[in-house]
Design a protein around this ligand. Sequence first.
Ligand code: IPD
Ligand code: CA
Ligand code: CA
Length: 278
Amino acid sequence: MSAARGVPAPADLRDLAVALAREGAELARDMRRGGIEVADTKSSAVDVVTEADRAVEDLLRRRIAEHRPDDAVLGEEGDDLPGTSGVRWVVDPIDGTVNYLYGLADCAVSVAVEVGGEVVAGAVVAIWTGLTYAAARGEGATRDGLPIRVRPVPPAGERLVLTGFGYQREVREHQAACVARLLPEVRDIRRMGSCALDLCHVAEGAADGYVEAGPQPWDHAAGGLVLAEAGGRFELLEGRTTPGGTPARVVVVGSPADGWDGFVSTLADAGFLESVAP
Ligand code: IPD
Ligand code: CA
Ligand code: CA
């Protein structure tokens, strides 16, 4: 692919996203070998950032500027960069920073590409293993180059559901209350620690659904496309992030497309969604 001004095909953008995310994951892996410490905190004392988060984001931004100098960039650790090409990169240098800090499994570099506001390509690369999930709009989803699909929908009450928690106390109180109502209605709940990988896990049939109130575009953009391209459905639904908070389209939901309505109704009953807010 050239660095021309035109917009490349989704498959070409995916390939570039994969190359960038792999390089980022390699850098994060190398930096962790030398030992890594908390460099700063953000929204709360437990919302941490490490030197690796910053270094990987800097690397991704440098590479994007080299390959696609007219594109916009939205990244978790830096300022919004405007562009003129209609293409925007949405990057999370490390999704699952707390896992990364402690050396736990699920952490990844997430790189998505939007054209005209729609996500058309994405890559999620696991930091320790280099396992690579990728998708291009209309071209399917892959894990290390092989096609992946969601698993068949289980009977009601037998879903394995992935979820996550934000970093602010009042957000967690609301999330915990919803999860407490959801738990008796499903097979079980897992909190793995990376929204991007959670969505890929649903895409590869390793879980039956994902729900979390509050993740940001850099958390879900690439994983959401991987899931949609693997026979899943991915949407931002209306809900709250705090008990009395303003309803907004902030509840991130993913599941196999077939079982969507049943899953959404279970989530509504648990209080995640606006339609039934206990
Ligand atoms: C977090 C992870 C986590 C999710 C949080 C995110 P970070 O991203 O995706 O699984 O529950 O909402 O903020 O902070 O590790 O990039
Ligand atoms: Ca994240
Ligand atoms: Ca992050």
